[in-house]
Ligand binder design. Structure first.
Ligand code: P5A
Ligand code: ZN
Length: 452
C-alpha cells in the first residue's frame, strides 16, 4: 500500500496489493453465494433521521461518524452520514420489501467502503478511517431460531474462509459491554499478530428484533397477524489481508498462500554466455504451458541480475520460483525454489505441470500447519492472576482463564492483568477451576489478550 496519502487513516491500494485483495474477496463471495446470499450495493450516504432511529446503535457510533453538511454552498436540510456500517441504510429498505412470510428469509451482502472516525492510532489495513473493503452481510428471518441458525452458518462460513487463507483464529462471544451497538450478542474471530497481540478479524451479530422494531420490519403470517422479523449481520474488512500477511510473512517480506497470490509461479531465465536465446524461449513455452493449466505465471525478463530478481519476488511473496539455467537446459529440467522454506529441487520438464501443482498444494498445507502450530502454542490456560499478568506483560499470546460470568469480575480481570477480555470461548469446555477474582465456580473460560 501507498501510505503517504495526505489524509490520516486513508491509504492507496497499489496493483499487487489490489490483486491480492480481489483474490481474497473472490473466496468470501464464493462461500456466501454458495450459502444463498446475494450481492447488493447500497448508497454511501444515510440521512440523519434514519441513522438516528436506533438509540443503542447511535450511542455506539456517534463519535465515529463523518457528516456531510453541505452540497456546494448550500447547507443541507437533512445532514447525511457517511455510513460507518449499513444497518441504518439497508433496513429501511427491508421494510419496503418485506410483506409476507414468503418474502423471508432475506440474505444479502455487499462489499463497500465505510468511514469511521477512529481515534486510536490508525494503521494501514488494520485500523482505517476509510475502510475500503467492508464485506457486510445482513439477514432477516421469520423466527428467532432461524436467526440463531444463521449466526451458526455465518460462523461456519467465516471458519472456512479463514481456513482457506491459513489464518488461525479463536471464536469468542464478546462480553455484554463489548457487544456491537444494537445487537443482542456478538461473536468475534480473533487472530494473533507476531507481536503477541490479537487482532479482531471478523464479527457475527445476532440483532434479535432490535432493529426490526425501530425500522418497522414486519411480515404477515398466513393467519393475517403481523410480526417483527429477527435479524443477523456479520462483517469482515481488509484486516483479514493484514492477518494473512502477518500469519505467513517472514523477515524477507510477504509469503503468500498460492490460492490468493497474484502471481503463483515466477519464472526466472538465467542467461549465459552467447546462448541466451534458448532459456528465454523455454521460459515462454513453460509459462504458456502452466498458464494453460490454470496457474498465474509470470516470466521476469527484465535486464537485472538473477539474484536481484529472486529477492524482488521473494519480498512480494510469490510462492514458487522456477529457474532455468544452463544446467537445466542441458538436463531438460527446471529448478524450483519454494518461497516458504527456500527448498530447492530439480523437476523434469515432462512432469512439470503435475509437480508444480503438487508443490503449490504442499506449500498451502505447510503454511496452514505452521501458522496453526504457532497459534496453538500461544493460547495457554492460566487459572491464577500472576500467570495471566506475566503473559500480558510479555505479550505472550492469549490466556484462557476460568470466569464466573460476572461483569465486575470480567472488568477486574482486565484491569488487574492489563489485558483485554476477548470473551467466552465459543464451543469451549466448561472449566473445573474457580474464578480467580471471586473464587466462585467458573461458568466459562474467557480469553484474555493484549489487543490491537
Ligand atoms: C457487521 C457487518 C459491524 O459493523 N455491521 C455490518 C456489523 N461489525 S464490526 O465489528 O463493527 O465490523 C466488522 C469488522 O470490520 C473490521 N473493522 C475494521 N477494519 C479496519 N479498519 C477499521 N476502522 C475497522 N472497523 C471494523 C473488523 O475486523 C470488524 O470485526
Ligand atoms: Zn468471579
Amino acid at each position: 500500500m501507498e501510505t503517504r496519502y495526505p489524509v490520516k487513516g486513508l491509504y492507496v491500494w497499489l496493483p499487487h496489493g489490489l490483486q491480492l485483495r480481489n483474490h481474497v474477496l473472490a473466496i468470501i463471495r464464493r462461500f456466501l453465494e454458495q450459502a444463498e446470499h446475494r450481492e447488493v450495493l447500497f448508497p454511501l450516504l444515510i440521512p440523519e433521521n434514519l441513522f438516528k432511529k436506533e438509540a443503542e446503535h447511535i450511542r455506539g457510533f456517534e463519535n465515529e461518524v463523518y457528516w456531510v453538511t453541505h452540497g456546494g454552498r448550500d447547507k443541507l436540510d437533512v445532514k447525511l452520514a457517511l455510513r460507518p456500517t449499513s444497518e441504518t441504510s439497508i433496513y429501511p429498505m427491508f421494510a419496503l420489501w418485506i410483506r409476507s412470510h414468503a418474502d423471508l428469509p432475506i440474505k444479502i451482502y455487499q462489499v463497500v467502503n465505510i468511514f469511521r472516525y477512529e481515534t486510536k492510532m490508525t494503521k494501514p489495513m488494520i485500523r482505517l478511517r476509510e475502510v475500503t473493503t467492508f464485506k457486510e452481510a445482513h439477514t432477516a428471518h421469520v423466527k428467532r431460531e432461524e436467526a440463531e441458525a444463521q449466526v451458526q452458518e455465518a460462523v461456519q462460513i467465516y471458519k472456512r474462509f479463514f481456513d482457506e487463507l491459513g489464518v488461525p483464529y479463536v471464536v469468542t462471544k464478546r462480553p455484554p459491554w463489548d457487544t456491537f451497538a444494537g445487537a443482542e450478542y456478538s461473536l468475534a474471530f480473533d487472530t494473533l499478530a507476531p507481536d503477541g497481540r490479537t487482532l479482531q478479524v471478523g464479527t457475527v451479530h445476532n440483532l434479535g428484533q432490535n432493529f426490526a422494531k425501530v425500522y418497522d420490519l414486519k411480515y404477515e403470517t398466513p393467519s393475517g397477524k403481523h410480526h417483527h422479523v429477527y435479524q443477523t449481520c456479520y462483517g469482515i474488512s481488509e484486516r483479514v489481508i493484514a492477518a494473512v500477511v502477518m500469519a505467513h510473512g517472514d523477515d524477507i517480506g510477504l509469503c503468500l498462500p498460492p490460492n490468493i497470490a497474484p502471481i503463483q509461479v515466477v519464472i526466472v531465465p538465467i542467461p549465459y554466455k552467447a546462448k541466451e536465446a534458448p532459456v528465454g524461449q523455454i521460459a515462454t513455452v513453460i509459462k504458456n504451458e502452466l498458464a494453460a493449466a490454470g496457474l498465474r505465471v509470470h516470466v521476469d525478463e527484465r535486464d537485472l541480475r538473477p539474484g536481484n530478481k529472486f529477492y524482488y519476488w521473494e519480498r512480494r511473496g510469490v510462492p514458487l520460483r522456477l529457474e532455468i539455467g544452463p544446467e537445466d537446459v542441458k538436463k531438460n529440467q527446471v529448478t524450483a525454489v519454494r518461497r516458504d522454506t527456500g527448498e530447492k529441487q530439480a523437476i523434469a520438464r515432462e512432469v512439470l505441470e503435475t509437480k508444480v501443482k503438487q508443490l503449490l498444494g504442499r506449500i498451502t498445507s505447510d503454511l496452514n500447519d505452521r501458522a496453526w502450530k504457532l497459534f496453538h502454542e500461544s493460547v495457554k490456560s492460566a487459572s491464577d492472576m500472576g500467570t495471566v499478568k506475566r503473559m500480558m506483560e510479555k505479550r505472550g499470546g492469549i490466556a484462557r482463564v476460568p470466569w464466573c460470568g460476572e461483569e465486575a469480575c470480567g472488568k477486574a480481570l482486565e484491569e488487574q492483568t492489563d489485558g483485554d477480555l476477548l470473551g467466552e470461548e465459543f464451543d469451549g469446555t466448561i472449566p473445573t477451576e474457580v474464578c480467580p477474582i471471586c473464587s466462585k465456580k467458573a461458568k466459562a473460560n474467557v480469553l484474555i489478550a493484549r489487543t490491537y
